[in-house]
Structures are given as C-alpha cells and as structure tokens.
Design a protein around this ligand. Structure first.
Ligand code: NAG
Ligand code: NAG
Ligand code: NAG
Ligand code: NAG
Ligand code: NAG
Ligand code: NAG
Length: 500
C-alpha cells in the first residue's frame, strides 16, 4: 500500500483496521483518526516588504559627509557602516567575514593599475580673491589625499581614485586657511582630492568651510575651484562567496513575501549586505535569511542611502516593482540568492498522489530513506499537505505505518558539494505533534554529519520549529537525519545547507 485516501468510508476504515493486526491503524501513512496538527506552518501572505518604513527612514537618515578639516590625508577608507536597522538609526560596522577568502577591501592598493576613463561632472568656480565655492558633502565618502598645488593636479587626483577600492568619483578643491594643511601635514598643499564610492553632482556642493582654524585675525576656512569627476564605467560588484546574482541592476526594488527587515549601508557594499544576511537571526516562521535586495535610494536626484533588504524566501525580478514614490527613486537594484547545497529542500519533487491523498516512498531523485534490519518504513518521504511546513511534502522519521519503534535515516541521495575547511550552516524545520503530547514525548532526531552526531534534538511534543547547526566540511560531506520512535514521529522540512 503506497497510498491512503482521506475519503475512505468508515466501513473501509473498519476493514483496514481489522486487517492490520500488527500495526496501529493510526499512523502518518494511515491517519484514520485526526492527527494533532503541527501549527506554525510557513505563512507567506502578509509578509511582503515594508516599503513604507523603508521610505520614511530614508527621509531621516543623513549619510552625507566629506573630507573633514582635521582628518589627515591618505587614510584607508573606513569599514562599511550600518546607518539604520529596521527603521532605527544606528552607527555600527558590519560583522567581520568569517574565514573569508575575499581580500580586505579597505586598504589603499598602491599596486593597482592606473586607469583613464573619467568624465567631468562639474567644473569649479570662484577663482577671484572674493569668489567662493563649496566642496561636496555626499554619501559613500571614502578618503582624501592632497595633491600638489603648483598646478591644478586633476590627473594626480584621478590616479588616487584609481587606487582606492570602490572609488568612482573625485572632488578636487582648494581649502584655504586650514592650519593643518598649511603648517602641519607634510604634503604642504591645500589642494584636496576627496574620493567617493558614488557619483555626486554640483547640487551637493554644501560645504563652504567657515571654521576658524587659525588664531584670529586670520580668516575663516573657505573653498575655491571645486570640480568633480566620475568614472565612465561602473564595474559590477563581485558576487559574494555563497551567493548568486538573481537579477540587476534595475530601477525596481523587490516588493516580495518572506521579508525579514532591512538595513541601510553607508555605501553600495554587496558583500556587507550578504554578510548582514548571514549574521541576521532567523525568522521563527520562515527560517534563515536566504535572499537580499540591495539598491540605491536617490531623493530629489541626490544619492541618499543604500538599502539592503532581507528575505527568508528567494525573490526574483518579477517582484522588483517598487520604483520609488514621490521624490524617492530606486536605482541600481540587485537581488542575490544564498546558495544551498541541498537539492529539493522541501521534498516537493515527491508528489505521487493528489492532495488530500497521502502517499510515501523510501527514495526519490534527491532523498533516500533507510530502515534498520527488521524495521519497516522507519524513515520516508511523505506527500501530505497537513504534514508539511511548506508545500505538500516532508521527510518523516519513525515507522510510517507505526509498525515498529525503530529509528530510520533520511539523507540527500548525493553527497554535498562542499569546500573542505569551510564552515557550513545546516538549517531545517522540525515538528513532532502527530500523535499528541504523551506519545510524542520520546521524539528525537540525531543531526548527522559524515556519520557523526552533530547534536541530538529531543523536542518532545512540538510545533514546527527552526533548528540550525554549524559544521566544518571535509569535502563531499554527508548530511543525514536519524531518529523517530513510532509513535513518537518526527517530521523534517525545508532543509538547507549554506556557507556560514
Ligand atoms: C493569500 O492571499 C491570497 C490573495 O491575497 C488569497 O487568495 C489566499 O487565500 C491567501 N491565502 C491564505 C492562506 O491566507
Ligand atoms: C559613528 O561612530 C564613529 C565611531 O564611534 C564616529 O566616529 C562617527 O562620528 C559616528 N557617526 C555618526 C553619524 O554618529
Ligand atoms: C574558521 O575556520 C576554522 C577551521 O578552519 C574554524 O575552527 C573556525 O571556527 C572558523 N571560524 C568561523 C568564525 O567560522
Ligand atoms: C580651476 O579648475 C579648472 C578645472 O576645473 C582648472 O582648469 C583651473 O586651472 C583651476 N584654476 C585654478 C586657479 O587652479
Ligand atoms: C599651496 O598649499 C600650501 C599649504 O596649504 C599653501 O601654503 C600655499 O599657499 C598654497 N599655494 C597656493 C597657490 O594656493
Ligand atoms: C496546534 O493548534 C491546535 C488548535 O489550537 C492544538 O489543538 C494543537 O495542540 C496545536 N499543536 C501543537 C503541536 O501545539
């Protein structure tokens, strides 16, 4: 028997019950009495992006900076900063990448090849004795240098930009009456070259100086001849380890279900965005962060912040339909999916009967279940919408017919395509509610990695609940779930293995 119809008549049920002398009639494969439902199954409705909170936070965040009067030149750019999280303004750095192979992006790389390829965005003004100009205060400020003021050294400034990772824009200007530039810093030049990871326009010339940095009656700081240059081509950001590009760049942000919140970054830093996804706590209903959408917010033509939104469901370009509202425009929107090494995470490729019928199998293309000798269906893949966390299928541990109390094993058919030495995150949902509080008391699952128990969970009677475990790979690793002690059944669903 591989199939059970919920529409069997009572007479047939009685006959089945009579025939089944060894096995209890009440089991996942033959649920002739109503099972205790596992609650907290995956909710999708009403979990879309909170577009309004993102838009209102954009209105209050201020990420516009430039080279301050007191900072020394040639400092490495600061690490990417998180300026808001879920509507609250913050000022924190992104957690360091764990065992990252990506070289640090925060140094000044003096070996980088020099590039041509800039265009003038705006010219400077204010050359006369009483004329004045202003320097840029904008987003994604990186660092500055001073270049020789014997001539207006545009080339030296652009070559500096070439050497700063992420630089796409330079603002060159004279800053007069700064005691540090005139008397202290060794370069002895007042021609400042401030570089940015985003392109700015003359509309953002808002720093007119005005500080008294030399003892009076020396004049106040003022700015002259402030010009701007942008890289002609913007390179696509590298795809972070453990992720793949889903779409972009486009001018539409995702408005998609499975939304977990957002962070603002002080620059368009895809790696920082995915790192925040990796380190963000799971959603109790949906599990780990599996997808990010990064985009630039432009308000009244001015770059304002870089939004990184998190999702426990993978989205794509079809929902990237938020183009902005009012003064706000969405630009450079890209989606990245966190790659899982598990094929068919939800067991959904097994669907051998129509809902609401129940059917089961010991193996399909992606999963294989085994029983110890003497056992029968001690692990299986079961197609039954009421037993699944999401979709209509799940993995089951414990005899599907309730015919023995032996523990079975459920594992992916193929070993995992891991990189030796890397740390991976195993995530899954588990429920053990089927037979009720008393009979489920002994529910247990051994989470196995290469035949070793990573941890044994003993949840007793439990709803769908999220679990995660960290493991280190040796290459071609084998994940398995071992457990079940019918009638203490365990259901497993939505299994993922991510690079940690
Ligand atoms: C989800 O929303 C859609 C349309 O808004 C509706 O048709 C469907 O019944 C809802 N599903 C649930 C489970 O609420
Ligand atoms: C953020 O914190 C750093 C270090 O504490 C500080 O230098 C910087 O001024 C702060 N920025 C904001 C916007 O508060
Ligand atoms: C980095 O890798 C080592 C093993 O190579 C491991 O012991 C350590 O826990 C890893 N660190 C993190 C933060 O994952
Ligand atoms: C002002 O800037 C322009 C380039 O925008 C440059 O050609 C000119 O020489 C500069 N003038 C002075 C006085 O440095
Ligand atoms: C060049 O910079 C130095 C140091 O700030 C300053 O003393 C000098 O007057 C500047 N020369 C010009 C032509 O602005
Ligand atoms: C799920 O909810 C139902 C109805 O509220 C309840 O009877 C059942 O015990 C719950 N299941 C679990 C596992 O708590």
């Amino acid at each position: 028997m591989k199939r059970f119809s919920r529409f069997l008549t009572l007479a047939v049920l009685t006959a089945v019950a009579t025939a089944a002398t060894t096995a209890p009639v009440f089991s996942p494969n033959t649920p002739t009495a109503p099972a205790t439902p596992a609650n907290n199954t995956l909710t999708v409705n009403g979990t879309e992006t909170d577009v309004d909170t993102i838009a209102s936070t954009i209105q209050i965040v201020d990420q516009k900076t430039g080279a301050t009067t007191d900072a020394p030149p040639n400092q490495p750019p600061p690490p990417t900063t998180v300026t808001a999280v879920d509507g609250e303004l913050t000022n924190s750095t992104v957690p360091e990448l764990a065992n990252s192979t990506t070289p640090t992006k925060r140094s000044l790389d003096l070996s980088k090849r020099l590039l041509d390829g800039y265009e003038v965005v705006f010219d400077g003004t204010g050359f006369g004795p009483t004329d004045r100009d202003a320097s840029i205060e904008g987003t994604a400020y990186l660092t500055y240098t001073v270049v020789s003021n014997l001539t207006y050294s545009v080339d030296d400034c652009l070559r500096f930009c070439d050497r700063v990772d992420g630089c796409v824009f330079a603002n060159l200007y004279y800053e007069y009456n700064n005691a540090l530039l005139d008397w202290v810093f060794s370069e002895k030049s007042n021609l400042k070259c401030a570089v940015y990871a985003d392109v700015h326009t003359a509309a953002e010339k808002t720093n007119f100086g005005g500080q008294q940095l030399k003892p009076p009656p020396e004049p106040l700081v003022y700015i002259q001849n402030s010009s701007g240059y942008a890289a002609k081509t913007l390179v696509d950001p590298p795809v972070p380890d453990g992720y793949e590009l889903v779409f972009g760049p486009t001018n539409g942000a995702n408005n998609a279900p499975g939304y977990m919140g957002f962070a603002f970054l002080d620059k368009y830093d895809v790696e920082a965005c995915t790192q925040l996804c990796n380190t963000r706590g799971p959603d109790g209903n949906g599990g780990a962060c599996q997808y990010v959408n990064i985009w630039r917010a432009v308000v009244n033509g001015v770059p304002t912040t870089y939004t990184c939104s998190f999702y426990y469901l993978v989205a794509d370009e079809s929902t990237a339909v938020n183009f902005g509202q009012g003064d706000l425009k969405v630009t450079y929107s890209r989606g990245y999916k966190r790659k899982s090494l598990i094929q068919d995470s939800g067991f959904e490729s097994f669907a051998a009967c129509p809902v609401p019928d129940i059917c089961w199998t010991e193996s399909d293309q992606f999963w294989v279940a085994t029983s110890p000798s003497g056992g029968s269906f001690d692990a299986e893949i079961i197609h039954d919408a009421t037993d699944a966390h999401s979709g209509s299928s799940a993995g089951l541990l414990g005899s599907g017919f309730g015919s023995d109390a032996l523990a079975g094993t459920l594992k992916p058919t193929n070993t995992l395509d891991t990189v030796p030495g890397k740390t991976y995150l195993i995530t899954f949902f588990h429920s053990s509610s089927f037979s009720g509080p008393d009979l489920e008391a002994d529910a247990f699952v051994d989470v196995m990695w290469n035949g070793q128990i990573v941890e044994t969970i003993r949840p007793g009677f439990s709803n769908w609940k999220y679990f995660e475990f960290r493991v280190v790979a040796v290459g071609n690793d084998e994940l398995a779930f071992h457990g079940g002690k019918a009638p203490a059944w365990s259901f497993i669903d939505d299994v993922y293995v991510f690079l940690a």
